[in-house]
Each structure stands twice: as C-alpha cells, then as structure tokens.
Ligand binder design. Sequence first.
Ligand SMILES: [Zn+2]
Length: 137
Amino acid sequence: MSAAWRYFKISEKEARIAICKTCSADISRGGVTAKTFTTSGLLHHLKSKHPDKYAEYDQITSAQKKKVLPSTPTPSVADLFEKVARKYLSAPCTSTDSERLFSAASHVLDEKRNRLMADKAEKLLFIKKNLPLFLNK
Ligand SMILES: [Zn+2]
C-alpha cells in the first residue's frame, strides 16, 4: 500500500474519489475501476497544496527504498555438521561393504586360528582393510 494513504482516505460515497485529510478536497484516483486507480493525482495534490506533507511522504518512500533485502543467512556450525553427518553417518544403500568385511573376517578367522581372541581378530581385520589404503598413498 502506498504511503500516500497517510494523507488521504477513500470517499465513502464513491471509491474513485479520495479525500485529502488536510484540506478535505476531493481528488480523483485516476481510473474508473479499482484496477486502474493510481495515487499520482493524490501525490500531485500533496506536492502542490501541501509541500511540507509531500516532503514527509518523500522521506518515507526513500527510506522504504533504502531497505536492503535480507541476504541469505550464513550457515551455522550446526548446519554444516548436519550436512557432514548426513553424508558420512547415513546407512549405505548397499550391503557390499559389509559383505566384503565378512569375507575378510572369514580369511582372518579360519579353522587354524580358532583360538584367536576377539580384540586381536579386530586388529588384524583393521590392518587387513586399512593397510592397502596406507600403502597406496
Ligand atoms: Zn489537500
């Protein structure tokens, strides 16, 4: 809504007429239907008859134009953690990796190593899966 309506009100008798709140003059709103109404006639009246009010109106509209659109917010640390967590902590959509691990476990824990304790087996599996990564680097 235009700031011009601080200084005018719509006539109760006729919608296409605006009434000046300062001098009660009837001013045409321009068009015939609501879609064609404008505030230019009202502003012309304000500028020519009430320069002080027009200066006030001008200040209000220029202040409204200066308002900067809100920029996109900087992502918080929590947002970044959420992104990383979604990528690395989500359940994989295939069972390939776990199947490979079971297969590797069967190579480490075979019939000849049936007395191998769980912690040692875990360490051997870790080395079996991660040593190639380390050596290829
Ligand atoms: Zn007036």
